[in-house]
Design a protein around this ligand. Sequence first.
Ligand SMILES: [Mn+2]
Length: 404
Amino acid sequence: MASIRFIHSADLHLGSPFSGMKGLDAEQWKILQNSTLAAFERLISYTLETGPDFLLIVGDVYDGEDRNLRAQHRFQQGMEQLHKAGIPVFLSHGNHDHLSGGAASFDLPANVHVFQDRVENVTLTVGGATVKIAGFSYGRRHITESMIEHYPVKETGVFQIGMLHGSEESDTEHAMYAPFRKEQLLDKKYDYWALGHIHKRQQLSLDPPIVYPGNLQGRHRKESGPKGFYEVVLTDGHAELEFIGAEAVCFERIEVDCSGVQHMNELFSVAKEQIEAHDAEALVAELELQNLDEATIHMLEDIPDGELVYALREALSNPRRFVHISTVQLDKKGLSSELSPFGKQLASRLESWEAGDWKQALKELYNHPKSGRFLPQLNSGLQEDLQAEAIAKIRKMMALEEQR
Ligand SMILES: [Mn+2]
């Protein structure tokens, strides 16, 4: 029975600048800045070690239209290594690295097939089996029209793979690129759909597989957990997928169970345990402190802004391992039932306030001839901050006495 083995990767985002990150030390910053390239090196070394029939890269090789020169050079070198090993690469560019980006570019070796801006169905032969791979590159930044009708239906007797960088029509969370419906993909009768664009790893269908491998390296807190690529074996009518981790730095939200914690030293030690139990070699963690009792929440709220995160960052740092605490959040669920009825009323009134209500309440302050011009703009972010602070104050002042 014929069988093929390949690697499916997407969204490499080489040269991602990590511009929003703060508070890392110099060494960590260097590792983070280099992380997309380090993850790419892992993709290349895994491919060289395991020698698949071919490698797919489904869009967004580069993070920016300018295609960072150093990233291009490393990419070109990776492709050369695969060329020497005789491993073909199929590459389609996505919305981040579309073909009209005015970038100086490196010439890629002959093993790399770069799809152009129209759907093309390329044929190759793998150990007697015929494999067809259909795909296209983004000719420009935005491809809002559907591209799926340009993909041919599978012929009999071949392995047909589709490469598509885009999102489902029903996906309202992401900007619409080359939209498709799952049924449209299924109608093409392909053996495997290699998708790209959505950075969260997921399978829209198991049989046949319609797969987003996710990006190779998380770029911020929302791109959390292990990141990598899939190794796929297709045998007539059957697919086997294995996820292979590649990220150099892992973003993670870590819940810390603070039940029974009353003093700061206890808090630091439960947080330390959680961090040490995590197996990422380099970790950027958001801590969420859970199951805090009321007294502990009040103790933590009295700490001036930022001091808790700085102290935890220092306490949890480890000379042998990259650990960075980006934020610390308090889960305040423990408080809701302890407010007095009047306190509850006040808090829920504040929660319902809209922009106009905030303007009205702060009118005098903002119109004040001396103070007004020093105040930040009253936008939705500031309103949220004020609301959270006010509710925290109400909770603190109006908790039922007997439950303290
Ligand atoms: Mn992308």
